[in-house]
Write a protein that binds this ligand. Structure first.
Ligand SMILES: NC(=O)c1ccc[n+]([C@@H]2O[C@H](COP(=O)([O-])OP(=O)(O)OC[C@H]3O[C@@H](n4cnc5c(N)ncnc54)[C@H](OP(=O)(O)O)[C@@H]3O)[C@@H](O)[C@H]2O)c1
Length: 337
């Protein structure tokens, strides 16, 4: 199926209430903004509704009338149940983003089970969209170099454990738990698997994936690594979530959300060209091994739903501009470089 990319999203949210977990996060903030723009009423879970870091949510257009912030930790089933009650959809984006196994695995996995159980218990939820990760897809040392990474791929849990990649391990186990629990409880589930997410920030603090870009601009790293990574813009990730929620055909499917795979050398080259005033590294930390090759992937499923991915260079540009505007990166006057 191919959808006209210029067509508006098929349905509007008028009169419909959805829950977004971890509403103050980088991706979730853009999702809440988009849902409000589409006319949805949103119940957003945050750990502390009065924390100034969530003020940007309350300031969004439509928030005064249609956004309710609900206090909920992922390990608090009752609070999640309360937040999800009365909703027709749930976007489960909240997750720790860390490689510390104790902080990562338990909240990611148990929290996901709680959210699906709470959604099933609510009796009103039509569909749940879970934000997984490419980390649940690509971590497989036995994948051949010519394999196109698509939604049929799963990370190898033993490999994640052995390489102490606890974030990918936690996301993969959480996604598995989501599929199992949804089946057990008869819930309609769809999963978005974003790659590294960049783009402008709505929230005041720098999240992990934005720190990945910031470190190449603020002088905190002197060399780039010999590694490849796929990238996508946060606005496209938010739109992917909405389209996956609204499209009937999306039920029961995973969706790889990626624009391009780049070597770190490409990332620093783009940044250095766009922003020559910053000390962007131009040397690789690995002068021995051959340059890592990008993997092939397919984002066809989301393109079929009408998502048009912004080019990664645009996204990098907007990331840096946003970091400057939010005061995370010094603006260097032109005469000084
Ligand atoms: N950014 C990326 O590159 C990327 C790529 C692929 C997948 N993802 C996934 O996308 C989702 C959002 O990521 P993000 O980049 O937007 O990260 P983020 O800005 O760090 O947001 C994570 C959110 O989860 C909440 N959270 C963490 N632990 C929690 C707990 N125990 N109870 C309740 N809430 C909790 C955080 O709340 P607090 O603010 O209170 O800490 C925050 O709102 C995550 O599931 C992540 O795994 C992200």
């Amino acid at each position: 199926m191919t959808v006209d990319a210029d067509a508006p999203v098929a349905t509007t949210g008028n009169g419909r209430t959805v829950c977004v977990t971890g509403a103050g996060g980088f991706i979730a903030s853009w999702l809440v903004k988009l849902l409000l723009e589409k006319g949805y009423s949103v119940k957003g879970t945050v750990r502390n509704p009065d924390d100034p870091k969530n003020a940007h949510l309350k300031a969004m257009d439509g928030a005064a009338e249609r956004l309710t912030l609900c206090k909920a930790d992922l390990l608090d089933y009752e609070a999640l149940r309360e937040a999800i009650s009365g909703c027709e959809g749930v976007f489960h984006t909240a997750s720790p983003v860390t490689d510390d196994p104790e902080q990562m695995v338990e909240p990611a996995v148990r929290g996901t089970r709680y959210v699906i159980n709470a959604a099933a218990d609510a009796g009103t939820v039509r569909r749940l969209v879970f934000t997984s990760s490419i980390g649940a897809v690509t971590m497989d040392p036995n994948r051949g170099p010519d394999v196109v990474v698509d939604e049929s791929c799963w990370s190898d849990l033993e490999f994640c454990k052995n390489t102490k990649n606890w974030y990918c391990y936690g996301k993969a186990v959480a996604e598995q738990a989501a599929w199992e629990m949804a089946k057990e409880r008869g819930m309609e589930l769809a999963v978005v698997n974003p790659v590294l997410v960049m783009g402008p920030l709505l929230q005041p603090q720098v999240n992990a994936s934005i720190a990945h870009v910031l470190k190449y601009l603020d002088g905190s790293v002197k060399r780039y690594t010999n590694a490849v990574q796929a990238y996508v813009d946060v606005r496209d990730v938010a739109e992917a979530h909405l389209r996956v929620y609204e499209a009937d055909s999306a039920a029961g499917q995973r969706f790889i959300c990626a624009e391009r795979v780049l070597h770190r050398e490409d990332v620093v080259r783009i940044l250095g060209k766009l922003f020559p005033e910053y000390p962007v590294p131009n040397k690789c930390s690995d002068e021995v091994n051959p340059r890592k090759k990008p993997y092939n992937f397919s984002n066809q499923r989301l393109r079929d739903l009408g998502v048009q991915f912004r080019p990664v260079s645009q996204s990098l540009y907007d990331t840096v501009k946003s970091l400057q505007e939010k005061g995370h990166l010094l603006v260097i006057p032109e005469q000084l470089y």
